[in-house]
Design a protein around this ligand. Structure first.
Ligand SMILES: [Mg+2]
Length: 166
């Protein structure tokens, strides 16, 4: 029997906590790229994330720390882990690196596929019944959590610019 006291929250980062609207223009359009999954297209976009404004969910407030354990699921590649960590630190948060799940550098699958695998990885540590909600700005990702795993989902987006194309 689990003795877990805290509810687990899954939370996306870009456009949920990190205001990335200003740097969307740094994504190189697909027609100018070498191939469809050319990750160099996103390099400037990801690098600039350290400068985003932060807008955290209520469950991340310091007085909520005893009630919620947050796992961050981001489709940003591992190569940018230090950039993302510096953004958290700059905004007064220090999540444990093992609570930040990032895309493997060579993984060019859709974000839905990447986050489905992140969910399965989380399930090796946490029972599904302890996951109280999942936040994302993308409806396709939320639908996957809800229909495939029965998780309560919360749609949250800091802007309406649409997601990038993977
Ligand atoms: Mg997002």
């Amino acid at each position: 029997m689990s003795l877990r006291k805290r509810s687990v929250i899954i939370c996306d980062i870009d456009n949920v906590l990190s205001h990335d609207a200003w740097r969307r223009r740094l994504i190189i359009p697909v027609e100018l790229s070498v191939h469809r999954h050319d990750w160099a297209r996103y390099h400037a976009y990801h690098l600039a994330s350290a400068m985003d404004e932060a807008n955290f969910i209520p469950e991340m407030a310091s007085d909520m720390r005893s009630r919620y354990e947050i796992y961050f699921f981001t489709a940003m590649p591992e190569a940018y882990r230090r950039v993302r960590a510096s953004w958290f630190i700059k905004n007064g948060k220090r999540p444990s690196p093992d609570h930040i799940y990032m895309r493997a550098n060579d993984d060019t699958r859709s974000s839905v596929d990447v986050k489905r695998d992140m969910f399965r990885r989380l399930e090796t540590k946490v029972d599904r019944c302890h996951i109280s909600a999942a936040y994302d700005d993308r409806l396709d990702i939320l639908e996957m959590y809800a229909t495939e795993f029965g998780i309560k989902t919360i749609h949250r987006s800091l802007h309406e610019q649409g997601h990038y194309d993977n």
